[in-house]
Design a protein around this ligand. Structure first.
Ligand code: SF4
Length: 205
């Protein structure tokens, strides 16, 4: 079973509780106004990776607390991510999944793969990004309507609220910058554009 991958970070502390392996999937049908991850919208193949291949990479990371799925829209690849999430949880790691959909909509879906991904998710961050409700007061999410849904006993509201939003910037050996995390991306892009022209594909939130 293949996953259409936008980007993988082996370790990040900007996308969920603790240190995490992070997988951005390629493809999102929602097209929220103000989305700063537009490069993830296309469903064209970016990089196809087998579930087992991604799981092998995860197992190589020795000091992570869990894995985060975001995108793109993870629930548009629910079958593969559900399989991966089950394997991850069986190793004792946690799974955090982002969705532009609401928990209520996902919960009422007749798609067994959607239900399976929910089953193996500990912490769901739900709801579309709404530009007019922009709010950075809570970690990892950027608009007031978005929520944390605790689907297992692994995390609680108290666990989540000890974190603050932040961004990470990575500069590779060729000088390309990759930015992830949550911030005012509009301002950030304006600020970075003064000195660096960073392509859209190098932003993920
Ligand atoms: S904010 Fe998330 S759900 Fe909305 S268009 Fe962007 S990637 Fe898709």
């Amino acid at each position: 079973m293949k996953i259409n991958v936008f980007k993988i970070l082996n370790k990040t502390t900007a996308e969920g509780p603790g240190k995490r392996f992070c997988l951005w999937v390629q493809g999102c049908s929602r097209h929220c106004s103000g989305c700063h991850a537009k490069a993830t919208w296309s469903h064209s193949v970016n990089k196809l990776m087998d579930v087992e291949e991604v799981f092998a990479l995860i197992k190589q990371q020795k000091d992570i607390e869990g894995v985060t799925f975001l995108g793109g829209e993870p629930f548009e690849q629910a079958q593969a991510l559900g399989m991966l999430a089950q394997k991850i949880q069986e190793t004792g790691l946690s799974v955090m999944t982002f969705s532009g959909n609401t928990y209520e909509n996902l919960k009422s879906s007749k798609d067994i793969h959607v239900q399976n991904l929910l089953k193996y998710t500990d912490l769901l961050a739900d709801g579309e990004f709404i530009e007019n409700e922009f709010d950075l007061s809570r970690p990892w999410i950027g608009s007031k309507n978005q929520r944390y849904v605790f689907l297992s006993g692994r995390y609680s509201p108290k666990d989540v609220m000890q974190y603050k939003n932040k961004i990470e910037l990575r500069i590779d050996k060729n000088g390309a910058v990759f930015v992830n995390g949550m911030a005012n991306f509009k301002q950030l892009k304006e600020c970075l554009a003064k000195n660096h022209k960073i392509p859209e594909k190098n932003y993920a939130c």
